[in-house]
Design a protein around this ligand. Structure first.
Ligand code: AVJ
Length: 322
């Protein structure tokens, strides 16, 4: 069996430095904030996998439905020789694309990029084992920083699935899409998953499930800060909040102190205080409309070639050409 190749552009030391810098900025800001990338330690990644199976969390199933219906068309249209997957995590949906591209006969290489070396190694090994002859070249990196270094022979298909682009605010999306466009040559491809604007009750339930899995996922960021930065937050001091921001058209997740909280963050020599009811913002998950996705893609220099939704119109996949 061929071993997957792994390029490391983001070492555990880099990640530790980034978390420190962010925790110092975010925990001393008003309102306080931390970004969602810190959710995904081993426990957080497992909790996210659990979220994808919740009855209320429709995006994963809706996107899979689209991929099942359209993967062959993606393969025919793109004729991609390399599939680059950004923020690949567990690459279950990716397999639909890999299989279709392999059946089409063009696929040579799979390039998963993720911040988590453990998730990446596991996913890369599983793919190598199941797709004989496929080169797997993993990249440990942050998709907002390390796109300049993507391997793979053109035409490449860059897949950014799951709706993760919704974690970026509009300026960050513009910067991100432009950087993807810049690393691609003319005629290469982007497949982009976006969750769509819909009934706010449906949206809020997807981020505040009855079993409380999303609440645990949200609180897990405090466990990460406790472990990585020697802090003493008690996750039970915080309630999970998910709300629909109708003006920005995004879901916000927050952690609300249910009593006055005083915590020490040893690695930063920092004391952090929360008044009762004070919130820490932990995630935005933007929801989209076709016009907005098309506008943003075109502004970054892409042409929108296909727009596919699931049968209930909840989620969209866009195939765009550089
Ligand atoms: C992995 C970013 C797509 O925004 O829906 C799930 C993360 N947060 N439940 C999302 C998430 C709360 C998810 N993404």
């Amino acid at each position: 069996m061929t071993e997957p190749v792994l390029d490391v552009h983001l070492t555990p030391e880099d990640a530790a430095l980034a978390l420190r810098a962010e925790a110092r900025a975010g925990l001393t800001a008003r309102p306080k904030w931390l970004s969602p990338k810190w959710f995904y330690d081993a426990v957080g990644s497992e909790l996210f996998e659990d979220i994808t199976r919740l009855p209320e969390y429709y995006p994963t199933r809706a996107e899979r439905e689209i991929l099942v219906a359209r993967a062959a068309q993606v393969a025919r249209t793109t004729g991609a020789r390399a599939l680059v997957e950004l923020g690949s995590g567990s690459s279950e949906k990716t397999r639909l694309l890999l299989t279709a591209l392999r059946e089409h006969g063009t696929l040579e290489e799979f390039v998963p990029l993720d911040v988590s070396p453990s998730a990446l190694t596991e996913a890369a090994r599983a793919i190598v084992a199941d797709y004989e002859g496929l080169r797997v070249h993993g990249v440990v990196g942050d998709f907002t920083e390390h796109l300049g270094l993507l391997p793979g022979a053109p035409p490449r298909l860059v897949a950014f699935l799951g709706g993760t682009i919704g974690n970026l605010i509009p300026e960050e999306r513009d910067k991100f899409l432009t950087s993807v466009r810049d690393v691609l040559g003319a005629g290469e491809w982007l497949l982009l998953g976006t969750d769509l604007v819909k009934d706010p009750d449906v949206l809020v339930r997807a981020y505040d499930d009855a079993q409380g899995v999303t609440a645990e996922f949200n609180r897990n960021v405090l466990r990460v800060v406790d472990r990585e930065l020697g802090a003493d937050f008690d996750p039970d001091d915080f309630a999970h909040v998910a709300l629909w921001n109708a003006e920005e058209e995004w879901i916000e997740m927050r952690l609300r102190a249910v009593r006055p909280v005083r915590a020490h963050v040893a690695a930063l020599g920092l004391d952090v205080e929360f008044a009762e009811g004070e919130e820490l913002r932990t995630e935005v998950s933007a929801k989209f409309r076709r016009e907005g996705v098309e506008r943003e893609l075109v502004a970054a220099g892409f042409e929108l070639c296909e727009w596919w939704t699931d049968s209930e119109g909840r989620f969209a996949l866009s195939l765009a050409r550089a």
